[in-house]
Design a protein around this ligand. Structure first.
Ligand code: M6R
Length: 615
């Protein structure tokens, strides 16, 4: 949550910072702000509630000079979204400005102590405490900015990525991180810092991922200095080459990032599968599994941890791993797992699934699993994020930057990688027969084409969406592999259209939720021609006989449902274990069009952020 960006170089900082904020807006859009230090040593701060566009209007009326600056886009935690609580926060002396992503847990104790020293506070944020603390340390011990930042951070409990500038020093930018990400872009006579690499793309492809508990002092015309916060010991500087392109960050002719990302799925799945299935489809290779054969052979249990959509992918992963590897599998919400005192040992494998690789609860869960001796494997999208850097091994889903807050292509990428992983481990352990591998791997290899075919349902789904724009509640029902698909369909609708939706195992409906069904409660039923098809037909009939409208997702050519459901959306027939991949496409589109019909901002739904880096 929250995005920070900074610049020190030979160009005007303002435009670079504003563009960077726009690219980071998916991390939060409650408010935005910028602080610029002029060559003469003035500090100009502009901030505004709402989106970056509001900030631009405010800043246009003021001074935007300077080639050093920091900026922030906020997802509110402490204090409501308004101009005062917007970052950057400036110290009482007016000398120091700071932007922060994270949470200062002991802010109230620090605030009381600072008040006793005569400091007063304008905002309700935890961040303002940090900038005042730096100011206090600097003024009382007459030290440098970086020394004051270090000393202050040693007193702080919580998570942070911070960038700090000082009024009288237009040549220095100080940054630090603990449990919140920070990337440094190294250009020709210019340095960029940001919460992720997106603001840096197009300026330089040389990046440094600051490690946990590190701080960096960036000085004009001087080498970068990185040290550990605790010990001040210099760190080795590991410059990596960024492989992202500008085109990946643009809408490419679509109205929204979400629609672009839905339609990108044939290509993203091609990238995700590349090099992982042998040409005759007899073998699946994941290097993370290959390199850790012993761990996967000895494993007595696998636990999947994740949040949100990634947790839904984990539920599908559980079925896949159980079916192909015959290992007991558990699925946990990372937020519950981390406080659930899990019983783990070195024969456990914990697989963390995360698009961003920065989700705070998932990071804490893997930390705990490591402490307990488990082998920790990551399934992640963002290359170089905290989760891949903190896991023992893993697999990238390689679906490219996902900018829409509602996860679409990452979900199908995660399910694809979990299918590959289940097949690879199943083969390794001798638990899956070669015929099954061939059948699933062949269908998986064809998935880019199959998804392209599935996307042809777009106009039909758009028509159906018009019938439900004003519904207040929805039920999503599925069984077996598609119970998690139902959960995911319901989440998509909730988060972008603000319509209440519940995902349920279809057969469980009669144990309670059936009481909700009347002509105002539509149900979306995922009913491909699989082993549970006959069962789900009777579930559909139960809904219909109580007056509920039914949208059924059925396999192509299956006309049996036509007489029962109000609307049928056909999807290509695939092996049962792959039906979630195909069935999720019309569900993504249905949520999308209902939200668009309602005039909602699908890319930036209210109260949400793409990367949840707070508890
Ligand atoms: O980056 P992660 O996959 O760890 O994020 C987990 C959830 O925050 C995320 O899936 C969220 O539920 C999405 N908004 C769903 O569309």
């Amino acid at each position: 949550m929250c995005g920070i960006v900074g610049y020190l170089g030979s160009n005007g900082a303002y435009e670079i910072l504003i563009q960077g904020l726009k690219r980071l807006e998916y991390r939060g859009y409650d408010s935005a702000g910028v602080a610029l230090v002029t060559p003469a040593g003035d500090l100009n701060v502009h901030k505004s509630q709402g989106k970056v566009a509001n900030l631009e209007q405010v800043a246009a009326a003021g001074c935007i000079d300077g080639s050093l600056g920091i900026a922030h886009t906020r997802w509110a935690t402490h204090g409501e979204p308004n101009d005062v609580n917007a970052h950057p926060h400036v110290s009482q002396s007016g000398d120091i400005a700071l932007v922060h992503n994270g949470t200062i847990e002991n802010y109230s104790v620090l605030k009381t102590a600072l008040e006793e020293h005569g400091y007063s506070f304008k905002s309700e944020t935890d961040t303002e405490v940090l900038v005042q603390l730096i100011d206090y340390i600097k003024s009382t011990s007459n030290c440098s900015l970086e020394e004051a930042v270090r000393e202050a951070l040693l007193q702080v409990e919580g998570a942070y990525a911070v960038a700090v500038v000082e009024k009288n020093d237009p040549d220095k930018l100080v940054v630090a991180r603990k449990s919140s990400p920070l990337v440094i872009g190294v250009g020709e006579n210019e340095t960029f810092i940001a919460s992720d690499a997106t603001p840096i793309i197009g300026y330089t492809d040389q990046v440094i991922y600051l490690k946990d508990n590190e701080m960096a002092v960036i000085r004009r015309d001087q080498p970068l200095a990185i040290t550990s916060i605790d010990s001040n010991i210099p760190s080795t500087i590991d410059i990596q080459k960024l492989k992202l392109s500008l085109a990946q960050l643009e809408k490419g002719g679509y109205d929204t990032f979400m629609l672009k990302e839905i339609f990108e799925q044939p290509n993203t799945l091609r990238d995700c599968l590349r090099g992982r299935i042998s040409s005759d489809c007899s073998h699946v290779t994941l290097s993370g599994v290959e390199l850790n054969k012993e761990k996967f052979l000895q494993a007595e249990r696998i636990t999947l941890v994740a949040c949100g959509t990634s947790w839904h992918a984990a539920l599908i992963g559980k079925r896949l791993i159980q079916d192909f590897c015959k290992i007991p599998v558990e699925v946990e919400y990372a937020s519950e797992f981390r406080y659930g005192n899990p019983v783990l040992n070195e024969k456990d494998i914990v697989i963390s699934i995360s698009q961003s690789g920065e989700t705070a609860d998932t990071l804490a869960a893997i930390q705990l699993a490591k402490e307990k001796g488990a082998f920790v494997y990551g399934v992640c999208n963002v290359v170089g994020a905290s989760i891949p850097r903190n896991t023992d091994s893993g697999t990238y889903i390689h679906v490219g930057p996902e900018i829409g807050v509602a996860s679409t292509k990452a979900f199908t990428g995660q399910v694809t990688v979990l299918t590959l992983l289940a097949l690879a481990v199943g083969q390794l352990r001798g638990m899956v027969d070669s015929e099954t591998v061939k059948q699933v791997a062949t269908a998986l290899k064809a998935m880019p084409k199959i998804i392209k075919e599935t996307l042809k349902c777009d106009p039909e789904v758009q028509n159906i969406s018009r019938m439900f724009t004003y519904a207040h509640n929805f039920l999503y029902l599925g069984r077996g592999y598609n119970y998690p698909t139902a959960l995911e369909g319901a989440l998509k609708l909730k988060e972008i259209s603000y319509i209440h939706a519940e995902g349920y195992p279809a057969a469980e409906m009669k144990h309670g939720p059936i009481a909700l069904i009347d002509h105002e409660m539509p149900s979306v039923i995922i009913a491909p021609s699989d082993s549970l098809y006959d069962k789900i037909i009777s579930n559909v009939q139960q809904v219909k006989s109580r007056g509920g409208a039914v949208v059924a997702i059925v396999s192509k050519g299956n006309t049996a449902m036509n007489d029962i459901a109000d609307y049928c959306i056909e999807i290509p027939e695939v092996p049962e274990c792959l039906t979630p991949l195909v069935a999720s496409i019309p569900l993504q589109l249905l949520a999308y069009y209902i939200a668009v019909n309602k005039g909602k901002n699908v890319d930036q739904p209210r109260n949400l952020a793409k990367s949840v880096t707070v508890e």
